[in-house]
Design a protein around this ligand. Structure first.
Ligand code: ATP
Ligand code: MG
Length: 245
C-alpha cells in the first residue's frame, strides 16, 4: 500500500465560548492509506465533525498537524487550502449542500467550473459521474425534485468531480432512512474501489460501519481502536471479524 495518504499527529482542538472551554480533540493521531475506507464513530459531541474539519482544512487545530497526499494541511495559507479542497479533497455533508437553483448535472459540474475544466470535458465527466451514482436520467432535475438519497448521490458525484485523492463524508446518511442510507454507503464503498480514493466517514450507523475497512472510535475527543489494516481484527465490535485468521 505504500505511503499513507492521510497522516494526523497529535491533533488538539479547544473551543472557547466565553469563560467555558471545550476540549473537542485531545491528542488524536491516525493514518489512512490509499484506497482505504475508514469509519469514525462516536456518540454525539465526541469530536467527529471537528476531526473531519481539521483533516479537510475547514478549520485549524490548536496543536498537531495533518498531511494529505503530501500537503501539510495545517500549514497551508487560506488560498492553498482552497486549492486543496478543490483538487485533492472531496466533501460530502449530512445536509447535502447542493445549490437549489442548479440541476443535478450543474451541481456536479460546479467544482470543475471552479477548476476551469473546459466545457466539453466537464460535460462528459458529469455524465460519467451521474451514471456512476445511478442517476442517469435525472441530470436535469433540481435538488427539490430529487429524493433524499438521490440528493446525497448527487453530492457524492460532486465530491468526486475533480478526482480527489480523499473523500471526507460527515454523517452522509444522517438524514436518510436506513435503507437509503445503506445504498449511499454501498455507493461510497464501491467508489473507493473503482476510483481508488481514500474515504473518511463519520457515522453512527452500525450497518454502515460494517462496510468499513477500519473503524476508529472517538470518545470525548480521544481516539480508540486505531489498529493496522490487513488481516488483524478490527477495532470495536461492529462489523469486526471475531479474531485474526
Ligand atoms: N464552534 C464551536 N464552539 C464551541 N464548541 C463547539 C463548537 N463546535 C463543536 N463544539 C463542541 O465540541 C465538541 C465536539 O463537537 P463535534 O461537532 O466535533 O462532535 P460530533 O462527534 O461531530 O457530534 P455529532 O455526532 O452530534 O455530530 C462538542 O462538545 C461540541 O459541543
Ligand atoms: Mg458531527
Amino acid at each position: 500500500m505504500g505511503e499513507p495518504l492521510v497522516v494526523a499527529e497529535g491533533l488538539r482542538k479547544v473551543y472557547r465560548s466565553g469563560p467555558k472551554e471545550v476540549v473537542a480533540l485531545d491528542g488524536v493521531s491516525f493514518h489512512a492509506v490509499p484506497g482505504e475506507l475508514v469509519a469514525i464513530r462516536g456518540r454525539s459531541g465526541s469530536g467527529k465533525t471537528t476531526l473531519l474539519n481539521l483533516v479537510g482544512g475547514l478549520d485549524r487545530p490548536d496543536a498537531g498537524r495533518v498531511t494529505v497526499a503530501g500537503h501539510e494541511v495545517t500549514a497551508l495559507p487560506e488560498d492553498g487550502l482552497r486549492v486543496l479542497r478543490r483538487d485533492v479533497i472531496g466533501h460530502v455533508f449530512q445536509s447535502f449542500g447542493l445549490i437549489p437553483i442548479l440541476s443535478a448535472a450543474e451541481n456536479v459540474g460546479v467544482p470543475m467550473r471552479l477548476a476551469r475544466v473546459p466545457a466539453a470535458e466537464r460535460e462528459e465527466r458529469v455524465r460519467v459521474l451521474l451514471s456512476l451514482v445511478g442517476l442517469d436520467g435525472h441530470a436535469n432535475q433540481r435538488p427539490h425534485e430529487l429524493s433524499g438519497g438521490q440528493r446525497q448521490r448527487v453530492a457524492v458525484a460532486r465530491a468526486l468531480a475533480n478526482r480527489p485523492r480523499l473523500l471526507i463524508a460527515d454523517e452522509p446518511t444522517g438524514q436518510l432512512d436506513s435503507q437509503t442510507g445503506r445504498q449511499v454507503m454501498r455507493l461510497i464503498r464501491a467508489l473507493v474501489g473503482s476510483e481508488g480514493v481514500t474515504a473518511l466517514v463519520a457515522t453512527h450507523d452500525p450497518g454502515l460501519i460494517s462496510l468499513a475497512d477500519r473503524v476508529l472510535e472517538l470518545r470525548d475527543g480521544v481516539l480508540h481502536g486505531d489498529d493496522s489494516r490487513g488481516d488483524g481484527p478490527r477495532g470495536g465490535e461492529a462489523g469486526a471479524s471475531a479474531a485474526a485468521p
